[in-house]
Ligand binder design. Structure first.
Ligand SMILES: Cc1cc2nc3c(=O)[nH]c(=O)nc-3n(C[C@H](O)[C@H](O)[C@H](O)COP(=O)(O)OP(=O)(O)OC[C@H]3O[C@@H](n4cnc5c(N)ncnc54)[C@H](O)[C@@H]3O)c2cc1C
Length: 489
């Protein structure tokens, strides 16, 4: 008997592509959406043209009895449903509290939570009787983080996530695999993002950030991940999956409240090999940062544009294209503004005054150093981490801003190797440190998985258990067991 995959919310993005993927793998794809019969027929026709089997169903899922009737019809006419993808979104755009009517709030809840509950209520008893089944649930950043204007969306998506956990707790032992798939990024989906942005803006976004630029999540690649999750062995079920950008850092996370200007402590905690890294011949020490923020946390703040001579050397000797002085000028301008780079305003101290006089006498050029600081106390302990957050290092600028936009940081994990498929990086191998900094030998792990154009990997929880993952610096937590992190590089 042909296996059946029911997709609720089969637009041209994730839903339609998951339907296509399952059809390619021999399932019948029962595709359901509320409107746009033409669009629905197009996906069905595309599947059939590839030799697959599919049917289209126009259903308004929030109508009373609609989900129940759909499940009944599909099971009676086509066959028992093995996999269901609940892909209904509940994003109604940013609306203030004043603009969010009770009706709008309730509609979000109907689509995000109540509809999912109705699927479970109708289908789970049948699946249990048949010995198992799979419920894949597409979700959003709003399921874990509220935001201004997101009353309906975040309120209802948070409920979706908790419902998935509850269903999983009750039904995993009965053979039903529930996976909450958190999509934390912009999806290349014409029916959702495309409509929200408008045709022109969406086309521009696709041209500049889509496809090989890896700035948009590609539904056909995400569909592979969905399929992979649906095929997992029961002993290795994933119950929650993050599709998002992640930063992996080998060093520790320390910030100004722990920068105490103690050199002995800082060199151990913030520098690679405790500051003893050296050249091959061991003749020269090479200082390098090893912490969240890297070298920028402990450097001396001198901030120059890369000299033209160096850029030319890179171009002529290493074939580096598009990195000439003019090419990079707009990027340097942005960075200089963001990091408050300006010439040191304090008068030179006695040492520098002597150097300046000497340089002038010898005919050497000299200048005041531009630095990336704001409100510097001139303490002279830059190399131990700035205790007053005057230094605009990545620790206090770009990394927190990436985290605020939904990026994820996992520190105390070291990457050993990149896993390649052809000319693409598809994973990483590495290990996690314990919090005291020692490597746990038994935590060696291999990573796998594929999404976002193949530029992605999965860290199994075994690897991340003793590493720490944080959303923002003030909201640290350790990943929950069963939480699988799928991330792009
Ligand atoms: C003491 C000191 C003073 C300096 N002063 C100046 C200055 O005044 N002006 C200036 O322009 N430059 C200065 N520099 C140099 C500058 O800070 C670095 O060139 C710059 O930070 C390099 O940036 P990066 O992103 O390439 O690498 P890094 O800042 O070194 O970041 C790389 C990060 O990756 C992590 N990492 C490495 N390997 C792994 C792995 N296998 N798995 C996981 N994570 C890994 C490291 O722990 C590190 O945090 C200074 C450097 C030092 C050490």
């Amino acid at each position: 008997m042909t296996k059946v995959c029911l997709v609720l919310g089969a637009g041209a993005g994730i839903g339609g592509n998951v339907g296509k993927k399952f059809a390619r793998e021999g399932y019948h794809a029962a595709l359901c959406r509320r409107s746009d019969e033409e669009g629905l027929n197009k996906i069905v026709a595309e599947i059939e043209a590839e030799g697959g089997s599919a049917s289209g169903h126009l259903v308004n899922a929030v109508k009373e009895g609609a989900i129940e009737d759909l499940i009944e019809t599909v099971e009676a006419d086509i066959g028992p449903i093995d996999v269901v993808l609940y892909n209904l979104g509940s994003q109604i755009g940013g609306r203030s509290l004043e603009d969010t009517t009770l009706k709008v709030f309730e509609l979000g809840w109907q689509m995000a939570t109540m509809g999912l509950f109705r699927v479970a209520k109708t289908l789970f008893p049948r699946m249990v009787e048949r010995g198992g089944g799979t419920l894949l649930v597409t979700s959003a950043t709003a399921s874990v983080r509220g935001n201004a204007g997101q009353h309906s969306h975040a309120g209802s998506m948070g409920g979706r996530r908790m419902l998935c956990q509850t269903l999983n707790a009750e039904f995993a032992s009965k053979g039903i695999h529930v996976a909450h798939i958190l999509i934390d990024g912009a999806v290349d989906a014409p029916d959702t993002l495309g409509k929200m942005m408008g045709a022109d803006a969406f086309r521009k976004l696709r041209e500049t950030r889509g496809l090989d630029h890896d700035g948009l999540m590609l539904p056909e690649k995400m569909a592979e991940t969905y399929f992979h999750v649906s095929q997992q062995h029961r002993s290795a079920w994933t119950h929650e999956l993050d599709l998002r950008v992640v930063m992996l850092e080998e060093g520790m996370l320390k910030s100004s409240d722990r920068f105490n200007m103690a050199e002995g402590e800082a060199i151990i905690d913030l520098y690679r090999d405790a500051g003893l890294q050296s050249t091959k011949g061991e003749g020269i020490y090479v200082f390098q940062g090893q912490n969240v923020g890297g070298g920028t946390t402990i450097n001396w703040c001198a901030s120059f544009r890369t000299p033209t001579k160096t850029l030319r050397h890179w171009e002529e000797n290493f074939g580096l294209k598009g990195c000439g002085e003019d090419d990079l000028a707009p990027f340097f301008e942005v960075a200089e503004k963001q990091l408050n780079i300006m010439k040191w305003p304090s008068p030179p101290n006695k040492n520098n005054e002597i150097l300046k006089r000497g340089a002038e006498k010898l005919g050497f050029s000299w200048g005041v150093i531009p630095r990336n600081v704001d409100g510097c106390w001139d303490l002279g302990y830059c190399g131990q981490g700035c205790p007053v957050d005057a230094k605009k290092s990545m620790l206090v600028t770009t990394i927190p801003s990436a985290l605020q936009r939904g990026g994820k940081l996992v520190y105390r994990v070291a990457v050993n190797a990149l896993v390649r498929e052809g000319d693409r990086v598809t994973g990483v191998e590495g290990f996690a440190y314990s919090q005291d900094g020692r490597q746990k030998g038994n935590r060696q792990c291999k990573t796998c998985g594929a999404c976002r154009g193949g530029h992605s990997y999965t860290w199994h929880i075994a690897a991340l258990k003793c590493a720490r993952s944080i959303q923002t610096y003030w909201e640290a937590h350790v990943l929950a067991p069963g939480h699988q992190l799928l991330c792009s590089v």
